[in-house]
Design a protein around this ligand. Structure first.
Ligand code: PEP
Length: 257
């Protein structure tokens, strides 16, 4: 059986300028030890304008923190004002990129076709997509949360090969839990994450299913992460608000201590 190294990714959203970004990464680097990095992978996902500064710091100080972006264009280059390409992110040595975060789906009307085009764009540039799926409150109240998330997974992974799929990260983020302080119970999170892993086995094969890291996201804090991480199909967390507090994010990364 594949051993999946837990991943904790901090989605800073539209917070922190490049100077504040340097300060936060320095605090994380100071607090996290080699022992932590041996146990878990730690990623930060700052705004685009911070990435070059984060790269300089990570490279210069040979930090074990990795980083990535919160979005990318489905296009590789050209007349797409305001967009950032996968090639540009790869040039900054980004490891990860979010695709289909619920705030992109909600405020920028990104549908599964566009999310899928972005996942494909990420792979064209050797970036690891973190494909986000999750249901809104009405869908959960209707009891359709599992099928909703499986449909988003199917849509996001169209034309993605088994070889590509085994390196992807999937994040289950119930929309009603994002930034609300309302966290899914560990059992609720496991129900969907287990179903997502099952679907990966159907779409590809059991090896892909057991290699893919599935994260939970939605009001994760140091006080609730241990129960979430105790679930068999949850391999880490996508952390929003709590990730811009260095002390809190470090505690989340040390969920087992
Ligand atoms: C997120 O933005 O991906 C997220 C999970 O946010 P929060 O942790 O603030 O709910």
């Amino acid at each position: 059986m594949t051993v999946r190294k837990p991943l904790f990714a901090g989605n800073w959203k539209m917070n922190l300028n490049h100077l504040e970004a340097i300060s936060l990464v320095q605090k994380l680097a100071f607090a996290l030890t080699d022992k932590d990095f041996d146990k878990v992978e730690v990623a930060v996902l700052p705004p685009f304008t911070d990435l070059r500064s984060v790269q300089t710091l990570v490279d210069g100080d040979k930090l074990r923190i990795v980083y990535g972006a919160q979005d990318l264009s489905q296009h590789d280059a050209g007349a797409y004002t305001g967009e950032i390409s996968g090639a540009m992110l790869a040039k900054l040595s980004c490891t990860f990129v979010l695709a289909g975060h619920s705030e992109r789906r909600q405020y920028h009307h990104e549908d599964d076709d566009l999310v899928n085009a972005k996942v494909q764009a990420a792979f064209r540039h050797s970036l690891t997509p973190i494909l986000c799926v999750g249901e809104g409150l009405p869908v959960r109240q209707a009891g359709e949360h599992v099928s909703h998330c499986l449909n988003q997974l199917d849509g996001g992974l169209r034309k993605i090969s088994a070889e590509q799929a085994q390196s992807i990260v999937v994040a289950y983020e119930p929309v009603w839990a994002i930034g609300t302080g309302e966290v899914a119970t560990p059992e609720d999170a496991q129900e969907v994450c287990g179903a997502l892993r099952g679907r990966l086995a159907e779409l590809y094969n059991p090896e892909v299913a057991s290699a893919v890291r599935i994260l939970y996201g939605g009001s994760v804090k140091s006080g609730n992460i241990a129960g979430i991480m105790a679930q068999p199909d949850i391999d880490g967390a996508l952390v929003g608000g709590a990730s811009i507090d260095a002390g809190e994010f470090v505690k989340i990364c040390r969920f087992s201590d």
